[in-house]
Write a protein that binds this ligand. Structure first.
Ligand code: ADP
Ligand code: MG
Length: 247
């Protein structure tokens, strides 16, 4: 049985405008992300990977084309639906972590719960939120750092906090935009191992955006972005993985 498709794009186009000239970045992108797999999106710097991720995350809108989450159109959905999608269905991590510098690690991890719930809802469930935030920090191996601020942490530790924050709302899909791009090789590998473990142990679906062919080669499925289009590059190990997920 084929695995369900979590996220789909059809005919996505996006241009930026510079001095009244259209600069096309995406020229008709068709992408499928399958549940339970690590999918790589690889391409050179400037090829449009982050542009595509912003469309997938509904942080920006395409000029043309469609984005579907579990078969439902999301790119032009009402604001409340897009907010729900962003706050509950996806978790996003970035190259530069995007932690709030004045907050401690645990407060950064709690932030999505504060954003996605009403003030009363948040206070009603604050113990539960705190327990979950602690569990997520523990999941990434950083519970002992919960009171530390980002400036007191290493790059790898900050990225772990960012991953814990992305996991806070129990998302279906993790979108990772060059998550090791700012880290040394060894620390980068630790982050990749953590993401691989989230996939293997917790069955987390991951989109891994990278310019690094070696990282892309380790994914279950790889899409390459070039000249504003994408193509499937390999699906190695896919049949084995599908068999495991179907079992
Ligand atoms: P990647 O993430 O693959 O490095 P990006 O999606 O960031 O690529 O950028 C793709 C192209 O779009 C680049 O040429 C970049 O300069 C351009 N671009 C990205 N964002 C903007 C923007 N907000 N305004 C104008 N041009 C942009
Ligand atoms: Mg980018």
């Amino acid at each position: 049985m084929p695995t369900p498709i979590v996220l789909t794009t059809r005919g996505l186009k996006k241009s930026y405008h510079k001095d009244r000239i259209d600069v096309p970045v995406l020229r008709g992108v068709d992408l499928d992300i399958q549940q339970g797999l690590v999918t790589a999106l690889v391409g050179r710097s400037g090829s449009g990977k982050s542009t595509l991720m912003h469309l997938l995350a509904t942080l920006d809108r395409p000029d043309q084309g469609e984005v579907f989450f579990r078969g439902n159109r999301i790119d032009n959905a009402p604001r409340a639906v897009r907010d729900r999608y962003r706050n509950h269905e996806i978790g996003v991590i970035f190259q530069f972590y995007h932690l709030l510098p004045e907050l401690s690690a645990i407060e950064n991890v709690l932030a999505p719960a504060m954003i996605s719930q009403s003030v009363w809802g948040y206070f009603r469930s604050r113990r539960e939120n705190l327990r979950r935030a602690e569990a997520m920090l523990d999941r990434v191996g950083l519970l002992h750092r919960s009171k530390h601020r980002p400036c007191e942490m290493s790059g790898g530790e900050m990225q772990r906090v960012a991953i814990a924050r992305a996991l806070m709302t129990d998302p279906t899909l993790l979108l990772a935009d060059e998550p090791t791009g700012n880290l040394d090789t060894e620390t980068g590998k630790e982050i990749l191992r953590l993401l691989a473990d989230l996939n293997a142990t917790d069955n987390m679906t991951i989109l891994m955006i990278t310019h690094d062919d070696e990282i892309a080669a380790a994914a279950d499925v790889c899409w390459r972005m070039k000249d504003g289009l994408i193509q499937t590059e390999h699906e190695e190990g896919l049949s084995e993985r599908l068999a495991t997920h179907a079992a």
